[in-house]
Structure formats: C-alpha cells, structure tokens
Design a protein around this ligand. Sequence first.
Ligand code: SF4
Length: 371
Amino acid sequence: MRFVDEYRDPAKVMALIERLHDRASQLTDYNAQRPLRIMEVCGGHTHAIFKFGLDQLLPENIEFIHGPGCPVCVLPMGRIDTCLDIARHPEVIFCTFGDAIRVPGKTGSLMDASARGADVRVVYSPMDALQLARANPQRQVVFFGLGFETTMPATAVTLQQAKADKVDNFYFFCQHITLIPTLRRLLEQPDNDIDAFLAPGHVSMVIGIERYQFIATHYQRPLVVAGFEPVDLLQGVLMLVEQKLDGQPKVENQYRRIVSDTGNTRAQEAMAQVFMLEGNAEWRGLGMIEQSGVKLTPEYQCFDAEQHFHPHSQQACDDPRARCGDVLTGRCKPHQCPLFGTTCNPQNAFGALMVSSEGACAAWYQYRSQE
Ligand code: SF4
C-alpha cells in the first residue's frame, strides 16, 4: 500500500538505524547516562514507537520521552464530572468519541453513566452528532468536542453547518486545547531536560510549521515535524541528530507529503470563525496553562452546552500517588508510576493515559509490560 509499505520497508529501516548509530556516536555531549532526550508530543507517535519497537533500536545515547500529545490523556477529572452532570439530563443524548468514554471522573466515567441509564453514544465525527440532532428533534444532543487543532476544524465546520441549518437542539461541550502554549510551558519548567522535539504530524497539518519557530530561536531546541511510520520517525530522529551535530537548532519538516509550511488555511479560517482563545485551561497532571484553551465566539455561543445546561463546574481531584503529570512531562516512564498495572490497568484505569488509545501508559502496558 502506497505511503505505508514504503515507510515500513525493513531495508530502509535498517539503513536508517545504521546511519543513526554512526552519527549519534559523534554526539560527544551525550552518553548512556545522559542521553539526548527527544520528546514526541503526539500520542500517535508514542504508539508507533512502541508498536514498532523503535525505542529499542536507538543508539544508547538517544532516548524518547513521551510528552502531553494525547488530548484525552490531559482531560481533567473535573471536566469529565461536568460531562456527567450534563449527560444525566433525561432529554440529553450525550455524544463522545470512543476514547473519552472510559476516562474516569470523580464519580465514574461516561461509560458508567451509560450503565446507570444516561443516553451516551459513541460517534466517529461531530457531523454524526449533528445528524442525531436532526433525527431526534424532541431530544437535546450534546457533542463532547475534544482534541488539539487536529479535531478542531471538524467541530468548527459542524457548528457552521448547524448554524446555517438553524438546528436548535444541538449543543457543544468544549474541551479543545491548543498545542503551542503547552510546548512553551514544558520549556519554561526549570528542571526540564528536553533536548529536542518530534512535533506531531496531524496538528502540524492544520497549523503549519511556522508557529514552532520560537522553539529553535528562543529556546534553542531542534524540532522536526514527523510522520507516523518507522521510516518517518527514524528520519525525524536522524534530522534532529544532524541539527545537534551542526549546533544550529531549527524547525524542519520531515512530513512534507502531508504538512505544508503554512498548514491548512481553510481549516484555520473555520477555526477562527468559531473559536477564540479562552485564556487559562486546566490540563490533567499539568495544572493551568495560559492561553491553551478555546471557547466559542459570540456568534456561536448559542451552541454552548455549559451556557444552556449550567452544569456544576467541578474541581480537579486527582490521586496524589498518580504520576500522570510526570509521565506527561517526561519525568518518569509509565511503569515507574506506583499505580501502574495494579490500581491502574486497562480494565480498571485510574488515569486517562491508561484508557486512551494514544496514552503512553496504555502503550507501555500493551507493548512492554509482558517483556
Ligand atoms: Fe496515570 Fe495510571 Fe499512568 Fe499512573 S499508570 S501515570 S495513574 S495513567
């Protein structure tokens, strides 16, 4: 299959590994005790790395650390509780992506709410939820929109459609967040030891690569936007190593077959019409991050589920033993969390990183815990 087989070609992978070992041996500032630490900020990258065992093929002086690139993983417990408050209205059909249905809040998950009688449905796109609203005019349909800039355009276009069609029983619960402020927050933490970034292909497809420039110019970290196949990721790592050897941090794009420098301008226009920056947003395990949340523009606030249902807004209530924040910032590996595999496992998860299909803990559990 084009764009898959050629990027999984074992000969190409082995050639890249060989080249990587050769070039990494010249990184004299990094060794097995203090490896070059490359953070991938994308749950898709994290799972590809584990699935293909790429972390085990790296030279000993290069290490992947897994950043907050999975939007479900950073969903605060309090926001799930607010969803539950809305979903329990008898007239509501609460629509969510499958990833979020098992994320635990303080009083359970949306799946638990469904078992208790709430009408919670998994949808594959916001348009599915809008269609449900059209098909059920006597009900109130709420779409739980979450994700980075990857999923925001689809929500924006759906709301534009709902507005154009005057659908008056459709509401939107907003948990969209933006990536760039999070990268800044990670780099502002005084004890961070992130040496370089592999930036996400999907978000970059929408926002382009220009907005990453401050990472190279201000923070002096190399960054490469990379795709999701083994050849993509290894090429991305090699490009980062070459930048380190040159001593010239810059922003580069390995994923040119998908990502342009300016991104998808039509998607950006749709987002700008429907969303505006909200200011601070809470991230599970990371606390409040300035300018990282969005809300609906005045023109679209009639769709705001929180304004319509006035749910009790809930405060975060995370178990102090959980190390979700440390895993999300690369300070520890999933198996170093005291809850990993015991209190927190895929069947009975405590943290969202264990239930999301893009979560680092789920990936570690699936691909590493049997070793
Ligand atoms: Fe969080 Fe569970 Fe992972 Fe611990 S094992 S960091 S509680 S998701």
